[in-house]
Write a protein that binds this ligand. Structure first.
Ligand code: CAA
Length: 258
């Protein structure tokens, strides 16, 4: 399927989506969000893909929602179109893991989209921020909520109230990103990590995502019970038998349900 605003390829069992509106620093216009949703649908349906990497350019992962597209919207436009909702949430409903590989600017909606992914790998030049306050508005796609959960209230307030940017080192220190890699290696490193995940048992991968995500939505006791029920259920899979037998036999596992 031809896309206007993204590039899509597979590398082995990894689906790679590259945001590609260089003239607008990958600003997230309606067309780009539609393309992204369609690419995620296609990878989700493809049994040969086990993990997805979402990246941008070396200068910008994405510089936010498209300001030129939204500048003249009325309240009624925004409310009735459910602006910034339709399409954007597709990332959060994907069952396959999505790694955000961020170089350059991840601002506003760009930072929010990275945070919707399962984890973030940052290049040394990555810069994260929620600058909406500087253009007279506030984050609209989860920035105030997800950033606060990642980095705590003090830093989230600081970033959302001043619009300041966080560099890769601060983002890693604060728990927003899981690893930092040299900019030149970003995509290769992200694909390598994604490939490792794509080699695991798919039911175990899905259950891991469900369990970690549940920790945001529930009490500790309920979360632990949910995790335990999923853990018990893995004993009904061939892959648990294979994984544990391989360990005992000192060989690599060959999971059937990848
Ligand atoms: N929307 C639309 N166009 C954008 C854009 C955006 N978010 N960000 C950059 N662009 C465009 C610029 O208008 C410019 O286009 P022209 O050449 O046609 O003028 C082009 O991309 C290059 O940008 P700059 O010349 O500004 O590049 P720079 O290197 O000087 O600065 C930057 C880079 C600091 C990222 C700066 O572009 C910037 O501040 N961008 C806006 C960031 C922002 O405010 N994002 C939040 C948007 S609101 C939002 O996202 C709401 C939400 O929660 C979902």
């Amino acid at each position: 399927m031809p896309y206007e605003n993204i590039l899509v390829e597979t590398r082995g069992r990894v689906g790679l989506i590259t945001l590609n509106r260089p003239k607008a620093l990958n600003a997230l216009c309606v067309g780009l969000i539609k393309d992204l949703g369609a690419a995620l649908d296609a990878f989700e349906a493809d049994d040969e893909v086990g993990c997805i990497v979402l990246t941008g350019s070396e200068k910008a992962f994405a510089a936010g929602a498209d300001i030129k597209e939204m500048a003249d919207k009325t309240y009624m436009d925004a409310y009735l179109q459910d602006f910034i909702t339709v399409g954007w949430q597709r990332i959060t409903t994907c069952r396959k893991p999505i790694i955000a590989a961020v170089a350059g600017y991840a601002l506003g909606g760009g930072c929010e989209i990275a945070m919707m992914c399962d984890f973030i790998i940052a290049a040394e030049n990555a810069k994260f921020g929620q600058p909406e306050i500087t253009i007279g508005t506030i984050p609209g796609s989860g920035g105030t909520q997800r950033l606060t959960r990642f980095v705590g209230k003090s830093k989230a307030m600081d970033m959302c109230l001043t619009g300041r940017q966080m560099d890769a080192a601060e983002a890693e220190r604060s728990g927003l990103v899981s690893r930092i890699v040299p900019a030149a290696d970003l995509v290769d490193e992200a694909v390598k990590i994604a490939d490792r995940i794509a080699g695991m048992s798919r039911p175990a991968v899905y259950m891991t995502k469900e369990a970690v995500n549940a920790s945001y939505e529930t009490t500790l006791q309920q979360g632990i019970m949910f995790e335990r029920r999923l853990f018990h259920s893995t004993f009904a899979t061939e892959d648990q038998k294979e994984g544990m037998a391989a360990f005992v036999e000192k060989r690599q596992p060959n999971f059937k349900n990848r």
